[in-house]
Design a protein around this ligand. Structure first.
Ligand code: GDP
Length: 530
């Protein structure tokens, strides 16, 4: 039973630079899986802005997505009446660079990534960063060149850019018929056939496809078809044909051209996920034993979030199931504390829509309500104990002192800090000189501070203010080095909640100077640890 469920599951995330079309593509996927009947239903046609994953006021104001949620689609590749269902879990990643840490955590929960690129812009900074994480984790990548309905580069230019800049070899499964800005259809390189698309009004519904053989395609599209055929042949000559092993090893990337807005190429992405993306696999625990997907239940918490619903404050922990069957109500063990955790209120979530989950399988993402004890990276299990390796955390580069505006709110302030700390929203640093009333928060990006201020106010009713500190990097140190470091100009030593001692340093020149003058002091980079 579990093996069957696992075999038909695909869990992935879309990685892209803001504005490449992630929300639009998400909606197009939902449309194709017939979860929604018309595009625009989720994020409103006017702005085509995501309300799917919007939950904070600030998020709405900025039009960015701060949270990570998961969307489950039941997709029937053979048509709406087929019994052959693939369960597709799309884990949403925040797009803004400041939330990259959150995105990295999400990437620990997926088995594949779709790298979505704007046809006119090519590789952009955020895509590159996310790609590095995928590569580091060995996650196979499917590349989508989106917005082909608008003027952009040529397929070969884009392919070259990807190969040269990131060393990933694109192996297009389809090449576009018609240049960027004149998107007619796709040449299916596997069959040599032509898939011709028809636009629908406003791109609101699935674009009808017509399947033509090469002769009919030539008669219909003339030079556009000839160009596509030539491109495909050139790619074959260069050895850029799909190779499943190389794809799974993260060396090549099946590529598709799309217009998420017109729903062109979306079915082809779904087909690629079904046919080529890997199903969930077993995972190695800290002690290096592997828990297979068919072993008893286990899961990893990859994201903790509070304040989804201001009317009843709660705290949701998202877990990705690694092995076994999950049943709501099941009592599982929290590996970090050894304590039982009741899963009475398990939910599948996407944005503001919640549905109760009764059973779930490896690859699925389930939100656990009121999960006060759970933190990102934690393991839950039944039966024999298992503990998975912690999720890497990233070195902070921004440091600010946080203060409550009114001393009377100190108690709530403390409580709020503890909460945000345990969620991993920011890292909390303290030292004796500054005292407890003004902790220092460390973040990967400055926008994390704004999230703190907003949540302090809405969830805890505390007005707070920030004072940025003149440090730009953190190093791990120890008690033996602390005193001497504390005497250095441009350095301050703190203790993080997990007990680690951190030296904050003003800039890299100061760090180099201290390292040279005091080579006996401990100053280690904060590599990906937990
Ligand atoms: P995200 O920031 O990556 O989630 O991007 P969105 O999905 O919000 O899209 C950003 C903008 O690009 C919006 O105005 C979309 O309507 C537009 N867009 C998305 N996909 C396409 C596409 O395939 N073609 C065109 N022409 N516009 C698109």
């Amino acid at each position: 039973m579990v093996a069957r469920e696992v075999a038909r599951r695909r869990t992935f995330a879309i990685i892209s630079h803001p504005d490449a079309g992630k929300s639009t593509m998400t909606e197009a996927l939902a449309l194709h899986a017939r979860m929604i009947s018309e595009a625009g239903a989720i994020h409103g046609k006017a702005g085509r802005r995501s309300t799917v994953s919007d939950w904070m006021e600030m998020e709405k104001a900025r039009g960015i997505s701060v949270s990570s949620t998961a969307l489950q689609l039941n997709y029937r590749l053979d048509g709406p009446d087929s019994d052959d269902i693939t369960v597709i879990n799309l884990v949403d990643t925040p797009g803004h660079a400041d939330f990259s840490e959150d995105t990295y955590r999400v990437l620990t929960a997926v088995d594949a990534a779709v790298m979505l690129i704007d046809a006119a812009k090519g590789l952009e900074p955020q895509t590159l960063k996310l790609f590095q994480v995928c590569r580091h984790r060995g996650i196979p990548i499917i590349t989508i060149v989106n917005k082909w309905d608008r003027p952009g580069r040529t397929p070969l230019e884009l392919i070259d850019e990807i190969s040269e800049r990131i060393g990933l070899t694109p192996t297009p499964l389809y090449v576009p018929v018609g240049i960027a800005g004149d998107f007619k259809g796709l040449l299916d390189r596997t069959t040599g056939n032509y898939i011709r698309f028809t636009r629908t009004a406003g791109g609101a519904t699935i674009a009808p496809e017509e399947l033509l053989d090469a002769d009919a395609a030539l008669a219909k599209e003339g030079d556009d078809w000839i160009n596509a055929v030539e491109e495909s042949e050139l790619l074959s000559e260069m050895g850029q044909d799909h190779d499943q092993e190389m794809f799974l090893a993260g060396q090549t990337s099946p590529m598709i051209f799309s217009s998420a807005m017109l729903n062109f190429g979306v079915r082809q992405l779904l087909q690629t996920l079904v046919e080529l993306a890997p199903p969930p696999q077993g995972r190695a625990a800290i002690d290096e034993t592997v828990r297979e997907v068919t072993d008893p239940f286990s899961a990893v918490v990859f994201k903790v979030q509070a304040g989804m619903d201001s009317s009843h404050r709660d705290r949701l922990a998202y877990m990705r199931i690694v092995s076994g069957e999950f049943e709501r109500g099941m009592v599982v063990t929290h590996a970090q504390t050894g304590k039982p955790f009741a899963t009475k209120y398990a939910q599948a979530m996407f944005g503001q829509t919640r549905a109760t989950v009764d059973t779930a399988y490896p690859g699925d993402v389930v939100g656990l309500v009121n999960a006060m004890a759970l933190a990102p990276g934690d393991t839950l299990y039944v039966d024999t104990k298992v503990q998975y390796p912690p999720i890497p955390s990233f070195a902070p580069e921004h440091f600010s002192m946080l203060r409550a505006e009114s001393a009377g709110k100190y108690k709530q302030f403390r409580k709020a800090i503890d909460q945000l700390d345990s969620e991993g929203v920011v890292q909390v640093l303290r030292n004796d000189i500054r005292g407890d009333a003004s902790p220092v928060l460390a973040a990967v990006g400055p926008m994390q501070f704004e999230v703190v201020t907003a949540r302090m106010k809405t969830e805890f009713g505390v007005d707070t203010s920030f004072q940025p500190l003149p440090y730009t990097l953190a190093r791990r140190t120890d008690a033996a080095s602390a005193d001497e470091l504390g005497r250095q100009r441009g350095v301050e030593v703190f203790t993080r909640t997990d007990g680690a001692m951190l030296a904050l340093v003003s800039d890299k020149w100061r760090l180099q100077y201290i390292e040279k003058e005091h080579s006996d002091l401990t100053l280690e980079p904060l590599v990906a640890t937990a």
